[in-house]
Design a protein. Structure first.
Length: 418
């Protein structure tokens, strides 16, 4: 929640927070108020959404920052103002103006949870947004296209972070490029451990990587991966009219920098883990553990941050990480206690300059606390996932150490010399 609020209200994006407004909450204490709402209704639920992050965009040049922000605030009030705390921020850093909404998932009125679904989107969100834009004489999307990519997949691909579906597309491209017929394409999929569903009784061709729980319909990967298009691509390659299609991915390679001294404990474990995932990302994975490791590659950058933190702070085992976490908790407690009375002082101050000075002091404490809380979360993540990392490394190394099975079939004896 702290991260998304920090992003939405960024001073470089909002003209020094000129276009940021809190609905049912104070900007300076928005996060704390949202947390207090959850605590008041006993809704601090692990694993559930803490907040929702929404967007409202305008066509380039058709509105002003002030008007766009006014529309965003009015939208938040109509949509959520009766029950929820919302922060509205208008960003000016792109070619088009757009509003960000950070919505507390729990209502301050009745403790109910906000439900984000198709009904709320088409029945309320889009309807209210379109109504407001028409009231202000702005354009709306009359005939929206179908579903786009999930935000996490879109963001990952934009930043060059591998995704499961992205890796699947890349492997399919490589198999198609070396296939002479559709039959050899299917055979190569099966040779690589995929289960394949296709044929006259199957509406949509689907594949399931080894170790996966579900089949993936190829059409869900994009227009270039339906069974009909794959057949056309292979036929075109065979005739020489179509060149093999190869998808380009940014940040193709990865290799953690080699520390100068010998590594121990958690640090050595994470380094080994990153080395293995780096090979998968570069297209040179261990042969037997490739399916097992492919899903782990999506977490590579997250674990890279954890490795850097462990190495830079010389944290080699769980006890040193726990000690660091406790020290951070104590520092957070002290700073929070020092910041608390400043809110009352600012409220009672009669002089505008005094209030401004107190606001700056509060903001400085908040910035320090944000950094400390982020570091504390990193420690908690390391403690929660180090066991998983060890299990992944152990299982991958065990798979690679297994002897090769003889897959060659014995040929029938045709001639015998005596």
């Amino acid at each position: 929640m702290e991260a998304v609020l920090g992003y939405a209200t960024g001073i470089t994006k909002t003209e020094q927070m000129m276009y940021v407004t809190g609905v049912n909450c104070d900007l300076a204490t928005a996060r704390e108020e949202m947390v207090l709402t959850k605590e008041a209704w006993n809704r601090m639920e692990p694993g559930r959404a803490l907040a929702f992050h929404g967007y409202q965009s305008f066509a380039p040049g058709e509105t002003t920052p002030r008007q766009a922000h006014e529309i965003g605030v009015e939208f938040a009030r109509r949509m959520w103002g009766g029950r929820f705390q919302v922060v509205v921020a208008t960003h000016l850093d792109r070619g088009h103006l757009h509003n960000h909404f950070v919505l507390n998932s729990i209502s301050f009125v009745d403790g109910g949870r906000y439900h984000d679904n198709k009904a709320s989107y088409y029945g309320q969100i889009r309807k209210i947004s379109d109504t407001l834009c028409k009231e202000y004489g702005l354009s709306v999307v009359e005939h929206p296209k179908g579903r786009g990519k999930h935000y996490t997949e879109w963001k990952a691909e934009k930043e060059g972070v591998p995704t499961i579906r992205g890796q699947l597309r890349e492997e399919l491209d490589a198999i198609i490029a070396k296939s002479f017929t559709f039959g050899t394409f299917v055979e190569e999929l099966q040779r690589r451990g995929y289960a394949v569903k296709f044929g006259p009784n199957v509406t949509h061709m689907a594949v399931k990587p080894k170790g996966a729980q579900r089949f993936v319909r190829l059409k869900s990967l994009g227009a270039n991966y339906t069974e009909e298009v794959i057949r056309q691509r292979i036929a075109g390659q065979r005739s020489g009219t179509v060149k093999p299609f190869r998808r380009k991915y940014p940040n193709r390679g990865y290799k953690p920098s080699r520390p100068h001294k010998k590594l121990k404990g958690f640090i050595a474990l994470y380094y080994r883990y990153l080395y293995m995932l780096g090979k998968v990302k570069k297209g040179k994975p261990p042969k037997k553990a490739v399916f097992f490791l492919r899903k782990e590659v999506t977490k590579l950058e997250r674990y890279d941050r954890q490795f850097r933190y462990l190495y830079e702070n010389k944290l080699e085992d769980a006890s040193t990480v726990e000690s660091r976490q406790q020290a951070l908790e104590q520092e957070i407690r002290v700073l929070t206690e020092r910041r608390q009375p400043l809110y009352a002082q600012r409220k009672e101050a009669e002089n505008e300059n005094t209030r401004a000075a107190l606001s700056e002091e509060i903001a400085a404490f908040t910035a320090k606390l944000r950094k400390l809380r982020k570091e504390k979360r990193l420690c908690a993540a390391i403690l929660a996932t180090a066991g998983h990392v060890a299990e992944v490394v152990e299982q991958a190394e065990r798979l690679e150490s297994e002897p090769e099975k003889d897959t060659k079939q014995k040929q029938p004896e045709r001639f015998r010399l005596r």
